[in-house]
Design a protein around this ligand. Structure first.
Ligand SMILES: [Zn+2]
Length: 110
């Protein structure tokens, strides 16, 4: 998740559009040579209160806020969620997380 204090709105769930192929292209830039994590999907959702993106570990899904995509670059949000995907819930937001995120972003936007 990219912002604290999120909650999913009831309207957000049905408005789902799969964007996994686009996400996989970004993944290739961030982690060239590393295969896409098995059975993970990325989807747009209409709006998530207080969150730009959300990683659902058990469902292997990443949700990105369609409503925020013009104010915040969704690629940056996606790369943030990639760190969650790769490292799992045990890696909290903090210095290590930020340094992994920065390094991945530099590979996406050299
Ligand atoms: Zn996060």
């Amino acid at each position: 998740m990219l912002r604290a204090g999120w909650s999913m709105t009831k309207k957000a769930r049905p408005k789902v559009k799969a964007v996994t192929p686009w996400a996989r292209q970004v993944w290739r830039l961030a982690y060239s040579g590393e295969p896409w994590p098995k059975s993970w999907r990325v989807e747009w959702v209409g709006f998530m209160r207080g969150a730009l993106g959300l990683t659902l570990y058990r469902e292997r899904r990443v949700l990105l806020s369609l409503g925020d995509r013009k104010r915040h670059n969704p690629i940056a949000t996606l790369v943030h969620e990639f760190i969650h995907m790769r490292c799992g819930p045990s890696l909290r937001h903090g210095r290590e997380f930020q340094s992994l995120e920065r390094a991945a972003l530099l590979r996406v936007w050299p």
